[in-house]
Design a binder for this molecule. Sequence first.
Ligand SMILES: Nc1nc2c(ncn2[C@@H]2O[C@H](COP(=O)(O)OP(=O)(O)O)[C@@H](O)[C@H]2O)c(=O)[nH]1
Ligand SMILES: [Mg+2]
Length: 312
Amino acid sequence: MTNIKERFEPRKLPSVLRSEELIDKAFRRASKVSGRNKRERAINKLSTLSNVFSDYFNRIVSSHPSYQNLPPFYKEIIDIVVGIGKLRKSLGALSWANSAVQKVINKGIRELKGGKDPEIVLRSVYGRVSSIIEQIGDELDFLIEAKQKMREIPTLSDEPIVVVAGYPNVGKSSLVAALSTVKPEIASYPFTTKKIFVGRSNANGKSFQLIDTPGLLDRPIHKRNRIERKAVLCLRHLADCIIFILDPTETCGYSIESQKSLLDEIKREFSVPIIAVYSKSDLHEYRDLPAFSAVTGEGVEEIRQFIKEHLN
Ligand SMILES: Nc1nc2c(ncn2[C@@H]2O[C@H](COP(=O)(O)OP(=O)(O)O)[C@@H](O)[C@H]2O)c(=O)[nH]1
Ligand SMILES: [Mg+2]
């Protein structure tokens, strides 16, 4: 069952600078440093440089979660959207750059203390530090891009997640709206052109989230392209329970047979509880499944209780 314990908020990742920006920032800070004489000033410059780089790199590296331990939905989606291997490699390159920079700076400080000409030492350290930072330019660019892409991943809370499925026009959005205590939020679903709608509901003090996934669980899965299948697979990690809506009036434009075969397919693909319900109960008399109407409100509270029981 999904358990989003370690909540991941990519929006909170610190901004990453491009290599030239980082070099500028560090050297600008160092240029402001004073000292009683040339040598002392040079030593102070280098220790400032050392602090700027170590603070910066440590902040970036420690702000990323342990991707391996993230909840499966996040792990999988981040892997598809940015690539966890590449993220790790880039963060590793930053740690490497930090220790390489520190070594160069420490050597420079030793040389200054040993009496070497401050100008020569500074020029040499600045040159070597710049070249180390330039070497991780691609990794810094990648991390900037990764943050941008990860911002698109919807942030979900720890509350159980109910995914709403069924053919188009059966009444999925209407049910989410009827059950939600607040207006559903729209989140983009990365790597697809799809949006997902996240509603929040509550049954006797027990909260849950409702996810309406237009374009994802509303057509036979086997007819989908590779990307869409991946998107559906990610939902597998997300759903604690699925509510499948059947429209027996067929005013949605799909026969009840094809709706039932989609239900069977979803039952095969997902191992969580699946609740099948009838929508549009104001238009028909079928009651062999729980039935509700988003128009009259009939049955909506029963569906809410039903969901709650299945989540327990
Ligand atoms: N009569 C009736 N119409 C409904 C009901 N629920 C939805 N509809 C209509 O069915 C259409 C599709 O509903 P929607 O919630 O957008 O379906 P979705 O595509 O599955 O999200 C809309 O025109 C709704 O007004 C209902 O309970 N009764
Ligand atoms: Mg809809």
